[in-house]
Design a protein around this ligand. Sequence first.
Ligand SMILES: *Cc1c(COP(=O)(O)O)cnc(C)c1O
Length: 377
Amino acid sequence: MSENKKIWLASPHMGGGEWRFVKEAFDTNWIAPIGPHIHIFEEELSKISNGKNVAALSSGTSAIHLALILLGIKKNDDIICASFTFSASANPIKYLGANPIFIDSEKDSWNMCPALMEQAINDGITDNKKPKAIVLVHLYGMPAKLDEIMRIADNYDIPVIEDAAEALGSKYNNKQLGTFGKIGIYSFNGNKIITTSGGGALVCDDAEIINKAKFLATQARDEAPHYEHSQIGYNYRMSNVCAAIGVGQLEVLNDRIIRKREIYNFYKTELSGIKEIAFLDESVGSFSNYWLTTILIDENSAIDREQLRLHLENDNIESRPLWKPMHLQPVFKSCKAYVNGFSLDLFNRGLCLPSGTNMTKKDLERVVNKIKELYEA
Ligand SMILES: *Cc1c(COP(=O)(O)O)cnc(C)c1O
């Protein structure tokens, strides 16, 4: 193993202002899942998300779970979900005893294929079991085919939950992702474009839905001096200390987006001489935060994705295969799926390169040189 400094895939990157807000939280003793920074964080996030109402939560996963509950999803309901994603998009469907129906990807954005999605909806209708919701994901910050997906979803009157966990700051037709569907969710986990160490948010036009989300996230306590409960609640609210970190992080979100895009462009330019490596570009109307720069290794390449990954690992550089599709995960093997083979191909040939905004030019050059060493040898 190399003595070189570890280069992470994407590690937390504080802007410097966070500490002031965290200190404020400490100085005022708001060390709880209640406090002023939660409200500031929600207001600032609302400004970014097209003025939507916002509930700050403990994770992106809890936000998806609550979104499904708020849409009235029940046991045995069928839910359409992108197959090419992180398991947290699909797990909450199972928490409710509902059935994910996985949909494979299209080639332009690698996200959910609208044609396969419509086929799944039509099959459901034929079987008298129309899907109750759609979990749409914008993977690696790249906008899905929103025009088509939203048109089909509206046609069939099926609500869309937009999993924009990886896509804060990404836009489609100049509009923030997460604001197209009935409900949008974000994640502020440690490796996301900005972080609250752990956290998430749910956004929605409907203030009543957001109030209900906050109610359910704080143990569903009814109004009474004692603790009165008429519904099952959850402990899903964001901590005020985490929100304080988030207020500081939102101040640098734009810098982070600029830097992520610079990193993508750096890799793309520097590796342009290697014909075995391809990049995913934006389509018309799409603006990606390029949360992670992803590459595809040509199927005829003598050196495959795993060889490249190990070659980087030997030099203490972390890279990661693209997400393994959910329809191929052992835990979801009994779920229905509409498959065209594309997400499997992405998994076999795709790699996420280190994309931390705190990487130095030297770090980036080290990664590029290491890759060149292998392909240009
Ligand atoms: C990170 C992530 C989530 C889950 O967010 P957490 O805050 O880690 O619970 C959900 N979906 C996708 C696509 C993600 O990348």
